[in-house]
Design a protein around this ligand. Sequence first.
Ligand code: 5GP
Ligand code: ZN
Length: 106
Amino acid sequence: MTECLFCKIIEKTIPSTIIYEDSEILVFNDIKPCAEVHFLLIPKRHITNMLQLTESDAELMGLLMLKANQLAIAQGLGNGYKTLINTGVNGGQEVYHLHVHVFGNK
Ligand code: 5GP
Ligand code: ZN
């Protein structure tokens, strides 16, 4: 049993509003949105944060960023949006499963 909150969201033992899913990525709405649209993209494979990344994660990170843009446009953020990745204690990370925030107003 995982103790990681986002791994539980991937396993669907904790509910979330999923807006996209494939074999490598899950995307769901942030529970405390800071804008009209606010979603999180996570790799299904547990990676703690950016500090853990290696060369072998390059393709996965590329897919996350491309999907971030695709979904931002689909969610009405075609005029632009913000992205954020908090990393580690000094980066203000609260949930220790790598995630990309996408947020903005339509
Ligand atoms: P961090 O500060 O780690 O980058 O952000 C963690 C984000 O996860 C926060 O924006 C917070 O609102 C969101 N979050 C925390 N717990 C849950 C949850 O149970 N469900 C969802 N959908 N989002 C969560
Ligand atoms: Zn995890």
